[in-house]
Design a protein around this ligand. Structure first.
Ligand SMILES: Nc1ncnc2c1ncn2[C@@H]1O[C@H](COP(=O)(O)OP(=O)(O)O)[C@@H](O)[C@H]1O
Ligand SMILES: [Mg+2]
Length: 480
């Protein structure tokens, strides 16, 4: 790879606006390239009036005047259906002629399987990439990131620079060290034991690759516990566990605590295309808190209310608060951190979060089937440690659309509305021939993380003239 990455230019992706209630984009609007160039925009205002064909509204809708949009979904979620119906779409079956499918991952895989023989036409869109599991399976995510770092290292890319070796922690990647050390079991058992012996005081977390919502997870701090588990798993009572693969990751045992409690971040990342990479970050993510105070003592190792931040786990605890659901907005977190740690480190943290998201996506981009009919909204789980370093824990391809509180419902409704505005052309009719460059208005609460196509155009433009496009060149160079 020949591009030299600008490591110094970590413009923080999120800034508080003057009311300190919503985040505003740090000036990366790219209306210049959109079909609706030049619209005045206001952060946080979504294109909620986008309608389907038959309405001569925004963007013209040439050729689509009479088109009625048929949507299909196998998820019975009101935040989805209400959004579709608001746009004047009507519900159809998967066997009918649909234009927009919000499918479960299995349905999506079936549609794309060779056996189905299904061929999508230009006016169809679906909410998953066929092999999203390259990012969303815990083992494959780590495998792809390891490969990505190795490739960069082999090419002599400065991004793959490592720290000097020191005896306590060995060498580490300086810029790409954002996933906890992880091994796949049983395949990498010997490598794990070697690592375990180097750091005998570490705690490790075992997670089944094919499960979610905290199911099947446990912590270990002794090899003997792992051996015991392995023996039992092979026994007659757990034949299914024996077949399942697990990841074992270094447990981040120094999480940032607020009110003495551990939390993680749930952030939504929309990918409109993997090649070229076009990705957006939803500015209204949230923190998910544990209900019980953090405690690293061995006696609490099995207490999942202390260690796992999943709402699906915490809601069964006696301390669970149904009003706020153990959630805090990312805006609140930023305010809290600015107050307690200062603005500079807070900005750096959010810059580092955007950085890790972009590089996790770059790591899988070469192996993703970047079908133009697809987009996907990922739920990123990120833990911040007490040195304010973010760690990527996992990526979900079907983040929960269940609403646990009123605020949650508002947020998720807005999320779906904004996703639709970003992935659909300005006239609201699915069309794979569209260049996937939404106007600044259409972004709503999404902020551009990266658009490789725009960045390349920008670079070309800069090369061919000295008349710099300040706005777009900033965006293009941020992730170079
Ligand atoms: N390496 C880790 N260090 C500390 N906590 C972790 C780690 N991995 C996972 N967790 C905690 O466990 C929770 C569940 O893990 P995750 O990988 O997200 O699996 P699941 O698919 O079950 O949600 C996370 O939300 C986080 O609170
Ligand atoms: Mg999770």
């Amino acid at each position: 790879m020949s591009v030299v990455w600008d490591l110094g230019n970590w413009t923080p992706a999120w800034r508080l606006d003057s009311h300190q209630t919503t985040f505003r984009s740090s000036g990366t609007a790219h209306t210049m390239y959109g079909r609706q160039a030049g619209g005045a925009n206001q952060a946080g205002v979504s294109n909620s009036t986008t309608t389907s064909g038959g309405n001569s509204g925004a963007g013209g809708g040439q050729g689509h005047d009479k088109m009625k949009i048929g949507f299909c979904t196998d998820l019975d979620k009101s935040v989805l259906v209400n959004n579709f119906e608001k746009r004047g779409w009507h519900q159809v079956n998967g066997d009918d002629d649909w234009h927009f499918y919000w499918a479960g991952v299995q349905t999506c895989r079936n549609i794309f399987s060779v056996d189905s023989g299904y061929r999508m036409h230009d006016n169809q869109m679906i909410n998953h990439f066929p092999n999203h599991y390259e990012l969303s399976r815990k083992d494959l995510l780590v495998k792809n990131i390891k490969r990505y770092r190795k490739d960069l290292e082999r090419d002599g890319n400065p991004l793959a620079e490592k720290t000097e070796s020191n005896n306590s922690s060995g060498t580490r990647y300086l810029y790409l060290d954002f996933v906890p050390t992880t091994f796949v079991l049983p395949a990498d058992y010997n490598m794990f034991v070697e690592e375990y012996r180097k750091f005998p005081l570490s705690t490790w977390i075992m997670k089944p690759c094919g499960k979610s919502q905290g199911a099947g997870i446990f912590l270990i701090n002794k090899l003997s516990k792992l051996k015991k588990w392995s023996r039992e798993a092979k026994g007659p009572f757990h034949p299914q566990i024996a077949k399942e693969s697990y990841v074992i990751s270094r447990y981040i045992d120094n999480p940032l605590l607020i009110g003495g409690k551990k939390f993680d971040l749930r952030l939504y990342v929309l990918v409109a295309s993997f090649r070229p990479l076009k990705a957006y970050l939803f500015k209204q993510g949230f923190c998910r808190f544990c209900t019980v105070k953090y405690d690293t003592s061995v006696t609490e190792l099995d207490n999942m209310y202390v260690h796992l931040t999943n709402v699906s786990v915490q809601k069964h605890g006696g301390e669970y608060n149904t009003l706020h659901g153990g959630k805090w907005s990312v805006q609140n977190l930023a305010l809290y951190l600015e107050g307690t740690r200062g603005k500079e480190v807070t900005d750096r943290l959010f810059g580092a979060i955007s950085w890790l998201i972009v590089h996790s996506l770059r790591a899988v981009a070469p192996v993703m089937a970047s079908d133009r009919h697809c987009f996907e909204c990922y739920g990123y789980d990120i833990i911040i440690d007490n040195a304010l370093k973010p760690w990527l824990v996992e990526v979900n391809a079907s983040p929960s659309l269940t609403s646990t509180t009123v605020n949650d419902r508002i947020l998720k409704y807005k999320l779906i509305d904004n996703i639709l505005s970003v992935v659909l052309p300005p006239d609201g009719v699915p069309d794979v021939r569209w260049n996937k460059v939404p106007s600044a208005d259409a972004l709503g609460n999404f902020e551009l993380l990266i658009d490789e196509e725009l960045a390349a155009q920008d670079e070309q433009h800069q090369n061919s003239s000295n008349n710099a496009h300040t706005k777009t060149s900033k965006m293009g160079s941020r992730w170079k």
